[in-house]
Design a protein around this ligand. Sequence first.
Ligand SMILES: C[S@@+](CC[C@H](N)C(=O)[O-])C[C@H]1O[C@@H](n2cnc3c(N)ncnc32)[C@H](O)[C@@H]1O
Length: 241
Amino acid sequence: MSAVYALKFTGLPHVPIWLMAMMSGVFSMLITWRLLPTWWRAVLLVLPLAALLSLSINSWWWLFAAILLMAFQWNAIFTRIPLYRSDAMVAQALVDYMRRDQQKSLLDLGCGDGRLLWRMAQALPECTFVGIESAPVLYAISRWRCRNQPNCRIWFGDFWRRSWAESDVVFAFLSPEPMLPVWRKRLREGEKHAVLISLAFTVPGIEAGELLPAHQFDMHLYQADHHAVVGKEISDDEFSR
Ligand SMILES: C[S@@+](CC[C@H](N)C(=O)[O-])C[C@H]1O[C@@H](n2cnc3c(N)ncnc32)[C@H](O)[C@@H]1O
């Protein structure tokens, strides 16, 4: 923005501030074109204009927006796992898998607003579903959504602090970071045939037993009794620690 502002002193005609903001956006986008991931281009393009527009908004709205955001996702500051929701295709693929392999129970690690569990609990009334969620507002929404679903329970809290042993299938849609500890906990606590299904994110160094296609992303299915360690990144000894 300051580079564009400097143009004012080069003898160019008066440039309105909104035009400067737009030009700054274009500049920042071009400068970082090859340096940053693609989605940053759109962000950088609109950021200076958004910052300019924000000056005219009453500051109480910012406070309100911050409180609203914290109410939904304060835990993301610590867990670095924000809310993204799985769509109906994911629910359907999980239901098909549970029917095929005759699985009876599923735990959703970080169940968000509970919609995924609610869909599955409706489709498979003979199975049981559990969700754990640490964001208070999302937990409340999940509880409310699943209130008439007797085969679905929602717990409040940190999924690392609870046992996952009771569920045949553990489902995760988290981020790349916690995947190896998630798989380790699953192996420590699960039965011989314990299953972990991760949407979008793989367990580093471990070969998935199967890929379950689910529209946008694949789901990676890991099974305790035949996990294969890929390459030398993680040895079996190291793995079982
Ligand atoms: C990407 S969302 C997935 C939501 C849902 N499972 C789905 O597939 O639609 C991840 C969720 O995990 C929750 N979460 C992250 N870390 C958690 C933790 N340690 N304990 C409980 N919930 C957690 C977040 O608040 C967020 O709602």
